[in-house]
Design a protein around this ligand. Structure first.
Ligand SMILES: C[S@@+](CC[C@H](N)C(=O)[O-])C[C@H]1O[C@@H](n2cnc3c(N)ncnc32)[C@H](O)[C@@H]1O
Length: 256
């Protein structure tokens, strides 16, 4: 099965193309209804366009968060126009979104956070002897700071490629003067996993095969790789932990 992820076009191009198709379909529907004296109205048209774009995105097998964006795009644009939201507010919102989702179009890994139950479930998975922990794609540093507070004998590193989440994590680490915690800005692919005893990832299905290659090549014997929610195809974990949170998250644990 070919999915949107495997196609040559980036999802943003597919999403915009589907919005264009949805706009044409909406205009055509409005005309057909207009010929029968049924007025769709601007709000009706925006909602219809959102529904069509969402449905097309499901058919195109875009990720769920793309489908959500596709559905709300036209109604949100209309609301912004009707409310005459000042340009600087819209511009600020766009800049914030770009800073948060900076690399998402390329990496296919959006920002969402491990639940507090997942963070708690990580504590017993840490070694008893002082160890070096890495969160690849550390977001706003929630996992790092949580573990650093509870298991201060270890050293914690995070690497994050989106500017705003990285800045928030850096502030959290710096303001609280956490000496055993470090938040670095950059790509996980430039990070040598040899330096870490425990590597934690909460990414998406897209990079898992490549990340596993990196784990196998770089991680030392005796080290541990943990993935929140995303397994590695055809590589059974050493064991799994089912977490009692809203998603019934699974932690996949590989002992190297
Ligand atoms: C799902 S969030 C997880 C955040 C945090 N680790 C947690 O568990 O709460 C994934 C994060 O990985 C970051 N990311 C994606 N690809 C990356 C890459 N190649 N290098 C560094 N960070 C990346 C995203 O920007 C996002 O903040």
């Amino acid at each position: 099965v070919t999915t949107a992820r495997q196609r040559r076009w980036p999802p943003v191009v597919i999403a915009l193309s589907l919005q264009a198709v949805a706009a044409v379909a909406t205009v055509a529907t409005a005309r057909v209804l207009g010929a029968r004296d049924i007025t769709l109205g601007t709000l009706g048209a925006a909602i219809l366009m959102g529904v069509i774009a969402g449905a097309l995105s499901v058919v195109a097998r875009l990720d769920w968060w793309w489908v959500l964006i596709q559905v709300v795009f036209a109604p949100a644009l209309l609301i912004a126009l009707v409310l005459a939201i000042p340009r600087w507010v819209l511009l600020t919102l766009i800049v914030l979104l770009v800073l948060v989702y900076w690399s998402t179009f390329r990496t296919q890994v959006p920002l969402y956070l491990s639940s507090s139950a997942v963070r708690a479930a990580l504590v017993p998975l840490l070694p008893s002897a002082p160890a070096v922990f890495l969160d690849v794609g550390s977001g706003i540093g929630g996992v790092l700071t949580y573990l650093a507070d509870r298991k201060p004998e270890h050293t914690y590193h995070g690497i994050e490629s989106a500017p705003l989440p990285w800045f928030v994590s850096w502030m959290r680490v710096t303001l609280r003067r956490r000496k055993n915690c470090h938040a670095r800005f950059g790509s996980l692919w430039n990070c040598d996993l040899r330096d870490y005893d425990v590597v934690f990832a909460y990414l998406s299905p897209v990079p898992m095969a490549a990340l596993w290659e990196k784990v196998v090549t770089e991680m030392r014997p005796g080290s541990v790789f943990i993935s929140n929610s995303f397994a590695v195809d055809a590589v059974p974990p050493t064991h799994t932990v089912t977490v009692d949170d809203a998603h019934r998250s699974t932690l996949y644990v590989w002992q190297r």
